[in-house]
Design a protein around this ligand. Structure first.
Ligand code: V0V
Ligand code: CO
Length: 140
């Protein structure tokens, strides 16, 4: 089951400046930063609130680390802004993806990959989801 909005992914050119904006403007001070080379991003998870299933909801700020990354490509075309939404699962993320694939939505990965903070993640194609790049997250 999908039990929460795990995060909203936001593409930016300058991660440090964007983190500072969210901290100073809104007071979001719980920040986790890491690099994910496979995804080609340096990213910050800003915790917004805890959720009913014991997890949390975040904003994920994404800065590309290389020109051929998905986020760099997206920024070049669209500029900064909302890039994806991510739903959290209460069980195995691959089981959830298989169920959604059976409804005719393309799942981008054959098996889950490593996401932020040790999570397991996969993505659904935006063209099969009314224009929204959608991620599924199983927290660590
Ligand atoms: C592309 N399109 C999008 C989109 N990216 N639509 C909505 N939201 C997006 N973010 C549209 C684009 O406008 C085109 O539509 C069409 O899809 C094909 O796009 P493209 O520019 O040719 O790009 P592709 O096909 O090379 O790549 C698109 C996909 C790619 C979605 C396949 O971005 C991908 O594999 N994304 C999953 C991985 C990812 O995004 N990682 C970064 C976050 P028209 O123009 O043809 O109509 S990593 C993360 O979230 C982590 C680590 C975490 O949460 O822990
Ligand atoms: Co994400």
């Amino acid at each position: 089951m999908l039990t929460r909005i795990d995060h909203i992914g936001i593409a930016c050119h300058d991660l440090d400046a964007t983190v500072a904006f969210y901290r100073e403007t809104y007071g979001f001070t719980d920040v986790h930063i890491e690099v994910n080379e496979e995804q080609g991003v340096r990213e910050a998870m800003l915790k917004i609130n805890e959720t009913g299933d014991g997890a949390a909801s975040y904003l994920q700020l994404l800065e590309p680390t290389r020109e051929d990354s998905t986020v760099a490509k997206w920024l070049a075309k669209n500029g900064e802004g909302v890039h994806h939404i991510a739903f959290g699962t209460d069980g195995d993320v691959q089981d959830e993806a298989d169920g959604i694939a059976a409804k005719g939505v393309r799942v981008l990965y054959d098996s889950p990959r490593r996401g932020s903070m040790g999570s397991r993640i996969t993505f659904l194609h935006p063209k099969d989801a009314h224009g929204v790049l959608t991620e599924l997250v199983q927290k660590a």
